[in-house]
Design a protein around this ligand. Structure first.
Ligand SMILES: Cc1cc2nc3c(=O)[nH]c(=O)nc-3n(C[C@H](O)[C@H](O)[C@H](O)COP(=O)(O)OP(=O)(O)OC[C@H]3O[C@@H](n4cnc5c(N)ncnc54)[C@H](O)[C@@H]3O)c2cc1C
Length: 432
């Protein structure tokens, strides 16, 4: 096994997928995670077929994913009058060779952590270890600066450093000191979960409303065989004036439903009672819809950014988590081609930075929810037959364009070779 060490800053979904990938291809790595303990934080998240494929290739099974979520069957947009704007099958039903999964983000995170501990050991993730910056060493390699909650400091030296430390990345801040602050476009999301009966296909993602005020909801657990109830993940979203910037405390805080239920008071149909769903929630979190302006490169010599640290994006396309997993696999593929070297990071950067930066901007422009903007512009949001507002061909073309940009165009993905072939390992000679 090559003895060059890769340091990973951040043990979120991207950092853990990177560590699992590096272990699979025979590269030593050590993850430094700021949190003092791993906890199942967050609510729903979608894993697109391109990411599910990579998880399967990492030895994560359908059974593993069924324990933390369920395969999505449909993606639908519905107008405020309850009429369908658009719907399409998802995952296997759409013809992908791999399913799309709707999962609980916290349970996915813990599952990846458990796999890592099982495969490499608990010492592979150093908790209470915040990476505050790095120094590129003259003879090659890199030193990461690490701080613990008690204020004590240490350093760790490796051949490469991967900044997987999320949207508030310290590694990214050093790499791009003039990067503008976090961008907030005015949308606030309240997220939570409620036990309820899944509607439509039983595993449908539903976006309901207009581009300035909407509800998104989808089940993230198989129905309980006794009650028929699933855990329903919901996102209530309202766009407001952002001229004064984000004034609330924190970026992700627990709130009471009474803080926002009034926006959705009249959202009651015979097939859905939004205020009731919100009031029965297990928990609710407020977070502004934020992203970052794309940066020209994700690489600085022996240091590279990945996941949200590289390309924090609006969750409108349900692909932030998926892209973090794909990044991890592409990093692994680059190391297979170039060894544990700076050239590997350059190849990774070259392949993804420009492409995914475009996706960030596309999601900022509403992503696949752009159809709601079109409905609003053309008829003020009220219609009898959507075909009179946006013809079927135009709707299909809009969605196909989005999927191609996000890397989950069906034929392309189905025919693409594996990112990392079975059994491939970085050989010692290449690592040197
Ligand atoms: C607590 C939490 C809850 C979330 N909930 C949801 C959700 O409900 N739905 C959804 O769609 N997305 C959610 N996300 C975002 C989603 O997980 C990410 O967009 C996506 O998975 C990309 O993952 P990432 O690993 O790049 O970043 P993240 O998931 O943000 O992980 C970054 C990790 O790095 C750690 N970290 C941060 N700074 C440092 C540092 N300086 N040194 C060391 N470690 C550091 C963080 O503690 C975190 O574990 C959540 C993220 C977090 C952190």
């Amino acid at each position: 096994m090559p003895d060059k060490l890769v340091i990973v800053a951040g043990g979120g979904i991207g950092g853990l997928a990177t560590a699992l990938t590096l272990h699979q291809i025979g590269v030593r790595c050590l993850v430094f995670e700021a949190a003092r303990e791993m906890r199942p934080l967050g609510v729903g998240i979608n894993l697109q077929p391109n990411a599910v494929r990579e998880l399967y290739d990492l030895g994560i099974t359908q059974g593993d994913l069924d324990r933390i979520g369920l395969p999505a069957k449909e993606w639908a947009l519905v107008g405020l009058n309850g009429n369908d704007i658009y719907s399409e099958p998802r995952g296997l039903l759409a013809g992908y060779r791999w399913p799309q999964y709707a999962v609980h983000r916290g349970h996915l995170h813990m599952m990846l952590y458990d796999k890592l501990v099982e495969r490499i050991g608990a010492q592979s993730v150093q908790l209470d270890s915040r990476v505050t910056g790095y120094r590129k060493n003259p003879g090659g390699g890199v030193t990461a600066f690490i701080e613990r909650a008690d204020g004590s400091r240490t350093e760790a030296e490796g051949a490469l450093l991967i900044g997987a430390d999320g949207i508030h990345s310290a590694v990214g801040a050093q790499m791009h000191p003039t990067q503008p602050p976090i961008h907030w476009g005015g949308a606030i999301m309240w997220r939570g979960t409620t036990w309820g009966k899944p509607i439509r296909s039983g595993a449908s993602f539903v976006g309901l409303g207009t581009h300035r005020q909407r509800m998104v909801f989808y089940p993230i657990s198989q129905p309980d065989p006794k009650t028929g109830l699933s855990m329903i993940n919901w996102i209530a979203e309202v766009t407001m004036d952002n001229s004064e910037g984000w004034k609330q405390r924190g970026w992700f805080r627990q709130v009471g439903v009474e803080d926002f239920v009034h926006y959705f008071e009249n959202w009651i149909w015979d097939w859905l009672d939004v205020p009731a769903m919100l009031k029965q929630a297990d928990c609710a979190f407020e977070n502004p819809m934020i992203d970052r302006d794309p940066v020209p490169t994700w690489r600085d010599g022996p240091v590279a950014l990945m996941g949200d640290a590289a390309h924090a994006m609006y969750p409108t396309g349900s692909n932030g988590g998926s892209q973090a997993i794909v990044d991890a696999r592409e990093l692994g593929a680059a190391m297979l081609a170039h060894g544990v070297t700076q050239d590997a990071l350059a190849a990774f950067d070259e392949k993804l930075c420009g492409l995914i930066s475009q996706l960030v901007l596309r999601n900022r422009g509403a992503g696949p929810f752009g159809l709601l903007n079109m409905v609003d512009e053309r008829c003020g949001g009220t219609f009898d037959n959507i075909d009179d507002v946006i013809p079927p061909k135009e709707r299909a073309e809009f969605m196909a364009g989005y999927k191609a940009a996000a890397g989950f165009a069906i034929e392309k993905l189905n025919n693409a070779p594996r990112t990392i072939a079975d059994g491939e390992r970085v050989v010692t000679a290449r690592a040197g």
